[in-house]
Design a protein around this ligand. Structure first.
Ligand SMILES: Cc1ncc(COP(=O)(O)O)c(C=O)c1O
Length: 393
């Protein structure tokens, strides 16, 4: 008999009932160190007092009104995002997938309104992940995500990650945009080198094509800058955001320049919930922390220590790990064992990690992970690796 919850997930038998900072508490009382943050969502950890206050204060006042009316919290969050980034304008969604939908629509509408309806194609890369909607899976293009879901949304050209020659050859008169994650998350924590991101921006400028960055996973302070593309000193035309921006409350956004957004006039897009008062009140509280340069300096300092210690862990367990990669608090342990086996060993050691493609285990801790918690993380990760050495899965 089919379970009452549609069985699309392979869930671990863990029942968390409470979160405190970097810790998750299981029904049975065990405390797990959370190095996953619900896949890069709880940027400020669990139950951060400022987020709890923002949410509960707003909950006492007003939950929802619809985008038929002005929403002051939405305006405030848009102003903060515009002030802190390349963007001139913001549309709020509830998820990364919805941000992908709008990014694709925005790019195509831009060219349509410019008198180029033939420019509809979007270049994407192998290993990418942009969500599970029809546009999201068509954008990623992998068999794993698209099999059985044909006909797929047309208009995506998939290139191999890192194949520069294919990229130069891929542009033609139908190209509307390039869509890329500055650091691939689901694909196995694969950062695009700064030089490549710079080169890609220059190529898009040369060809007159829009650059869309998917910073759903790598944005909002995750790499130690507010957005990952800042490391390369470039800016996109359109950017997808979600996950960390709500700190655990469902919220996403599409940020864009005035030019790139010029096709999105009244009636061309909408959302019942997107940018509702609860989500935006929380988003404002998240931004007040994450956009603060002192906060980001702390993230970089502690991320550096975490990485250093992970290098030691890899050296201590050469049969389990191959290398560490990533940026800031978005780190990957390239494994010699199946990532799922290490993640499972982590559960026994009461530390949460997340598997990814390319044989990688992801560490996406709260950006607030303390020095003491970094030390504790290493104890637990070492325990998991040692157990896996003693009893290979
Ligand atoms: C880079 C990237 N884009 C898009 C998405 C889709 O976001 P959501 O699951 O919020 O719809 C994800 C989710 O993991 C992601 O990592």
């Amino acid at each position: 008999m089919i379970p009452s919850v549609l069985p699309t997930y392979s869930r671990a038998p863990l029942h968390f009932v409470k979160g405190e900072g970097s810790w998750l508490i299981e029904e049975d009382g065990r405390r797990f160190l959370d190095l996953g943050s619900g896949i890069a969502v709880n940027a400020l950890g669990h139950a951060h007092p400022d987020l709890v206050k923002a949410l509960t204060d707003q909950a006492q006042m007003l939950w929802h009104v619809s985008n038929l009316y002005e929403i002051p919290q939405q305006q405030a969050l848009a102003d903060k995002l515009v002030a802190a980034t390349f963007a001139d304008t913001v549309f709020f969604t509830n998820s990364g997938t919805e941000s992908c939908e709008l990014a694709v629509k925005m790019a195509r509408k831009y060219w349509y309104d410019k008198g180029h309806p033939e420019k509809t194609e979007i270049i994407t890369f192998s290993g990418s992940f942009h969500g599970r909607s029809s546009a999201g899976i068509a954008a990623a293009g992998s068999e794993k995500m698209t099999k059985g879901f044909a006909p797929l949304l047309p208009g995506f050209k998939h290139l191999a990650w890192g194949d520069h020659e294919a990229l130069y050859a891929a542009f033609d008169e139908t190209t509307a945009a390039v869509l890329v994650e500055p650091v691939q998350g689901e694909g196995g924590i694969r950062p695009m080198p700064d030089q490549c991101l710079k080169g890609l921006r220059a190529l898009c400028d040369e060809k007159g094509v829009l650059l869309i960055l998917d910073e759903v996973q790598c944005g909002m302070g995750r790499t130690g800058r507010l957005f990952a593309h800042e490391w390369a000193g470039i800016a996109p035309d359109i950017m997808m955001v979600a996950k960390g921006i709500g700190g655990g409350f469902p919220l996403g956004a599409v940020l864009a320049t005035e030019e790139a957004a010029s096709g999105m006039t009244p009636g061309t897009h909408g959302s019942t919930y997107g940018g509702n008062p609860l989500a935006c009140a929380v988003g404002c509280a998240v931004m007040d922390h994450v956009a603060d340069p002192d906060f980001l300096a702390g993230v970089n300092r502690r991320a550096g220590h975490l990485r250093q210690k992970l290098e030691g862990l890899v050296a201590d367990h050469p049969d389990i790990f191959e290398s560490v990669r990533g940026s800031g608090m978005m780190l990957g342990l390239k494994c010699k064992v199946a990532p799922a086996d290490f993640v499972k060993a982590g559960y026994a050691a009461q530390v949460i990690t997340v598997p990814a493609a390319d044989n990688v285990v992801r560490l996406l801790p709260p950006l607030t992970l303390s020095e003491d918690e970094i030390a504790e993380a290493l104890v637990r990760l070492d325990k998991a690796a040692t157990a896996l050495e003693a009893h290979p899965a």
